[in-house]
Design a binder for this molecule. Structure first.
Ligand code: ADP
Length: 518
């Protein structure tokens, strides 16, 4: 919402103040009044005004002195000051402009003159502000382009050097077979690196020209994602990083979409995740929710270096990279995420990022869910029969709280525990879980808690329950096998931890141990 201009009126005459107030009553201005120069300065010290109407004849400081001092206040230095006076002769006018005034209004003045002079100054001020913003944007974009060009020349030269250098070395006849093979493989991977850069530049220019058209086809989503996983598993080399594909239990959707472009989105996000993750995990997959059946939510999550908060809003801009191009540790053109964002928007979707520096990132992509009209379609519903074993036990008198942001996990537990008769409560995140827990504190016998969740994570939830005296068994269940170990979980107050994918036999053992003892 546009804010109403804030105007300071400095005049020692109450009747003049009243007149100005009356004349401007139809305008959307917030008026503040001061009776003297000193009072005006005091008000200007704690407020930023959009305009100041200043009388010249004042009891303490005169208008010129007041104007000079006002111009020294940093947050009012650019505020236009209009002198309102009966002394509007040539000499005073020159002096008024010299001390920084923007205009003069001679008393007596008409309502129309007062309004139009104020409007002119406000418009000018706004135009100046717009110009400054445009200038800053232009400078920023120029800077980005320069950074891009320098970066690009480096990105192209590096593989080019390898290609030329190793091709030359290959002419040496004394090379062993292994050496030759190694050099050839360097040449091939450098060539692929160059090809990737060229592809990115071509995609961006096509996107700019609006030439990318999506081609709809039926996609077996799980199959496509498995293929993507296989390709990327090969790319994660020589580092302790696990790649997980997380498909919601019981789902095998056939969807309509552009397979090549969906793959391109995942390829970009997964190669970034790989590039910026040195240890831990990369997990990708999708979620379908009964609450929002119109959408499918894809995600790529990693335990990598993360993205500082102040860079998160610009990271999808072209050429934007967290690191300064002069001191970069990572290769790249800075185009990948802008390509991804553009493709997602072309699909009618949105992308957003959650990230914490040093901890990792998660990219969420939400696009319209368009099921294909084939018989293979099996969208998840609560009624979907799961082909999972059932736990056999009698827990009719037990209540278990399941806390997990993946709703499908809840359905998994619901199905696994169906025959036990246990009553299940469900919460999407820590905050919701704490509410549920407090509401049913007397009844809940055990809670199964995911570690990574929005709003309040599992560790904090566990601590909160313990702090308020909750003694029930709390079991951590997590997919982040490499991120949290049993000792961490126990330290936070959990009784034990189980890892996803959860095996029914493990679940049964753990539940038997903690439920039957209670
Ligand atoms: P590029 O990877 O070629 O530099 P992108 O547009 O794909 O360009 O990414 C822009 C920047 O965003 C990267 O340079 C990096 O600073 C940051 N970034 C992207 N993905 C991740 C991630 N998963 N973890 C940490 N930083 C990331």
């Amino acid at each position: 919402m546009k804010k109403h201009p804030f105007i300071l009126v400095v005049d020692d005459s109450k009747s003049s103040q009243l007149l100005i107030k009356k004349y401007l009553s139809s305008e959307p201005y917030n008026l503040v009044f001061a009776d003297s120069g000193k009072q005006a300065l005091a008000k200007a010290r704690s407020n930023t005004f959009d305009l100041i109407l200043l009388d010249i004849e004042l009891p303490d400081l005169n208008g010129f002195e007041t104007c000079r001092s006002l111009k020294k206040e940093p947050h009012n230095a650019a505020t236009p000051i209009i002198f309102v006076t009966i002394y509007g002769d040539g000499k005073n006018i020159v002096k008024g402009f010299e001390v920084g005034g923007a205009d003069f209004i001679n008393k007596p003045f008409s309502k129309e003159e007062l309004k139009i002079r104020i409007k002119t100054q406000l418009d000018l001020k706004q135009a100046l502000k717009d110009l400054m913003v445009a200038k800053e944007k232009a400078e920023q974009s120029e800077k980005l382009k320069m950074a891009f060009l320098s970066n690009m020349s480096h990105e192209i030269r590096t593989p080019m050097n390898s290609i030329i250098g190793f091709a030359e070395l290959l002419t040496d006849e004394s090379l062993t077979k292994e050496e030759k093979e190694e050099f050839i493989s360097i040449i091939i991977s450098s060539g692929q690196q160059l090809l990737k850069i060229i592809d990115e530049i071509l995609t961006v220019s096509k996107q700019e020209a609006g030439e990318i058209k999506l081609i709809d086809q039926n996609i077996d989503l799980n199959k496509l994602l498995s293929e993507i996983k296989t390709a990327h598993t090969k790319l994660i080399k020589d580092k302790p990083v696990e790649l997980y594909l997380s498909i919601p239990e019981g789902n095998n959707p056939m969807i309509v979409g552009d397979k090549v472009r969906i793959k391109q989105i995942f390829d970009n996000l997964l190669s970034n995740a790989n590039k910026f993750t040195n240890r831990g995990f990369i997990e990708f997959g999708y979620q379908l929710s009964d609450k929002n059946p119109e959408k499918i939510k894809f995600y790529v999550r990693d335990s990598g270096i993360g993205i500082p908060e102040n860079k998160q809003s610009t990271i999808f801009d072209r050429f934007a990279q967290v690191e300064d191009y002069m001191t970069r540790n990572y290769h790249g053109t800075g185009l990948g995420l802008s390509i991804v964002k553009n493709l997602v928007e072309l699909m009618g979707g949105t992308i957003h990022l959650e990230s914490e520096e040093g901890k990792g990132s998660i990219f969420w992509i939400e696009i319209p869910y368009r099921p294909a009209k084939t018989t293979k379609q099996t969208k998840l519903t609560r009624e979907t029969p799961f082909k999972i074993q059932h736990i056999v036990a009698d827990w009719h008198d037990k209540t278990i709280l399941i806390v997990d942001d993946f709703e499908q996990i809840y359905y998994f537990f619901e199905e696994a525990l169906r025959k036990t008769g246990a009553r299940l409560l469900y919460a999407h995140d820590g905050v919701e879980a704490l509410e549920q827990y407090n509401e049913h504190a007397e009844e809940v016998d055990l809670a199964l808690i995911d570690i990574q969740m929005p709003r309040m994570n599992g560790i904090d939830l566990c601590k909160a329950i313990r702090e308020q005296g909750g003694k029930i068994p709390l079991i951590a269940q997590t997919g982040l096998a490499l991120n949290i170990n049993k000792a961490d979980a126990l330290k936070a107050g959990f009784d034990t931890i189980i890892y996803k994918p959860i095996e029914i036999s493990t679940l049964q053992k753990v539940l038997e141990k903690y439920l039957n003892n209670g």
